[in-house]
Write a protein that binds this ligand. Sequence first.
Ligand code: NAD
Length: 443
Amino acid sequence: MRVTVFGTGYVGLVTGTCLAEVGHNVVCVDVDAEKIAGLEAGRIPIYEPGLEPMVLANHAAGRLQFSTDAAASIGHGEILFIAVGTPPDEDGSADLQYVLQVARTIGRHLERPAIVVNKSTVPVGTADKVRAAIDEELAARGAGIAVDVVSNPEFLKEGAAVNDCMRPDRIVIGSRSPHAVERMKRLYAPFNRNHERVVVMDERSAELTKYAANAMLATKISFMNEMANIAERVGADIEMVRHGIGSDPRIGYHFIYPGAGYGGSCFPKDVQALERIARQNDYQARILAAVESVNDAQKGKLFEMASRHFGGQLAGRTFAVWGLSFKPNTDDMREAPSRVLLQQLWAAGAKVRAHDPEAMAEARRIFGERDDLVLCDSPDAALEGADALVLVTEWKAFASPDFPRLAATLRERVVIDGRNFYDPASVEESGLAYYGIGRGRSL
Ligand code: NAD
């Protein structure tokens, strides 16, 4: 099938590439000319495992093209995806300007019937707004073209996006049009072979499904962080508690890791946006408000531990920081806990030597040149001259450090483990002080 994808970010580029991989003919459009020129030249703008070879192969095979020409790209697709950003507005609501811009562009240039599919995460009721924006443009030029608008939220995880897209847990199709549902099922048939993954529902339910999924996941994280905060006050180890509760199949082991707070481009903004949606509909979402406030506090946890250890005297200290991306296997630093830690350390007069396997360019872009930050080429280089190590992101590259060497290198022999990645006993046996999240010894 002929497909056009608006937006070549994490969602648009991965979706377009996976659709091309199974044989569809895809054009990816972006307003960012530099990004498109880079893609044309084989440069992938994001780090996502497995993405690069797939983009290159499909581009070479002619099934995946890149363009800044919206009008021509609209002419290409019988299915037009909207996968542009929906960043938070000033009040936390999702900013729909990019989604509606694409909708108007489609209305202005569409010459034949099409299915417009919204993949961006959007407030309930956006499918109606997209339809209205397209209709308005069609009416303005007297064009009577049939357009179906489908809500098809995306559930991929950064760091595993290609795999999630190729092997989705479920494919939510929000549409009340039998024709649109039939075409969408055909589009996704290659991803739906061994068992039924398609869940068909109305547009509004599909839109809410995405927010509900992210809110549930964020709730699990904040809940565990709250338990960790209790654990450390009563002398319990949250890691034992985690195993203890995860063994109940109603709870399960997935996604119940305490840590330095959730970040990324989705959970923070989606929890906030859902809270605003509730408020606009005369409901106060108390759980969501609590999830958010626990997370905000948790992002200050690593600094708090550092500050306590050094009796509030951080000026002139140097901290090695391992991991800057908001989670492993991505270069994305949007809302990353590392950013809060770095700002707090700098405000207290400390210096940072940081390493991340993939987010160094992004860190350079965000922070620029500054005297109190050295971006190091390796985990070891970050330790040189540092007083303490803070592990913020649990990349595999940081999984098994040589603790005796760490003890010999770190001036103050302190390890702050923001992900409970290390075994406290092994760290302490090497003569290092260990602080974890909710492990009865963090205060
Ligand atoms: P992103 O910021 O990485 O990419 C968005 C892209 O859209 C940018 O390249 C931008 O230049 C482009 N764009 C903006 N306006 C455009 C226009 N008028 N025409 C063409 N392109 C345009 O965003 P993302 O992370 O891919 O997220 C996109 C949407 O998907 C968001 O609503 C997000 O909430 C949702 N989502 C993201 C993830 C994720 O893990 N990143 C997962 C599921 C859903």
